[in-house]
Design a protein around this ligand. Sequence first.
Ligand code: PLP
Length: 403
Amino acid sequence: MQETFSGSFTQQLPIPEAGIEAATRVMQHGRLHRYNLGPGEVSETAALEAEFAAFTGAKYCLAVASGGAAMVISLRAVGVKPGDPVLSNAFTLAPVPGAIAAVGGHPVFVGLTPDLTIDLDDLEGKAAASGASVLLLSHMRGHICDMDRLMAICDAAGIKVVEDCAHTMGAFWAGVPSGRHGITGCYSTQTYKHMNSGEGGFLVTDDPDIAARAILLSGSYMLYDRNGAAPDAEVFEAHKYDTPNTSSRMDNLRAAVLRPQLAELKTACDGWTARYRVVEQGLAGAPGLTLPHRPQAEAFVGSSIQFLLPDWPDAAIEALVDACKARGVELKWFGAPDPRGFTSTYDHWRYADPKPMPETDRILRGVLDMRLPLTFSLEDCALIARIIRDEVERRGAAQTAAQ
Ligand SMILES: *Cc1c(COP(=O)(O)O)cnc(C)c1O
């Protein structure tokens, strides 16, 4: 009798009771817009901004409508102009090159290593050759590169780093919170990320001028003194007549739902990483399968896991994905020739006119990806790993022998 799994890979935990109560209070008083205040009131959104600034150690924090909005606003606030080249990862999610395109920039993709981080040698070459002055760095699926080397490369080339931390909220590199190496850090609170408000996001920075421009861009209607972690009013004087309002605010209902989740974020992150370790251990040593190396300096959040089937033929990988699916285990494959669900790759973003990267293509063709929601128990994770291992073992020996 074959083991099967019946859980849902897309089912997150419910909103904490305190979040439901706070959201109900907001609906009862009706002041959902972040700048709509009762006498002496601090909005839920402003309170959340102050709390998220403290969580990351940033001076300034702006809550926005999505992670994508945080990236678009960051790029514009750091000065990307239409036609500018902007470096970014070949391995990331579609809204990342989308943010570059939204400000009229031209994405220049940087390759991928087998540890699923940005290829720093390729970055070094393209930093000089592309003429870019900004890198939109995506910590895709929570894999953090050697941030010390990355910052050295970018500092030497005069390149500003905007960090996409959609999968690293709560993670660290060498003790520094993810999002705090670059000039801005961008986070998402979309349902599948580390906090869930349906849609939403944050931008953090220590730079007062970037913070002021970002707040104006988000659509503050000159009510920026009601923000929760903003620079002093005089900083806005230099920017308020030159910065358009692009209406990307967070609202108090979402903020109310998020504040109790932020208070519990550390516990949630530990829960994801415990699940990751169970699956990682269950898959280690399976024939023909490799797992990305996780360096000591990387305190990651294991909300998803990736493994590689290097140089397996497409048909063998498709058969494995189908066999796992038949046993209730949903794997996503980054090697498919066309974009499926959340797994598009750089060569699908034709508007960006991507240049071929054969080594990156070779790695991507072997990348399998799986979510690990907190609704799974550690026993569930062990079962999932046994199912994948069993299906890999049926095929892996043949793949290795054929090479
Ligand atoms: C989800 C995600 C984003 C964007 O977040 P949204 O809130 O959905 O706009 C950016 N980068 C990566 C890698 C993501 O997974």
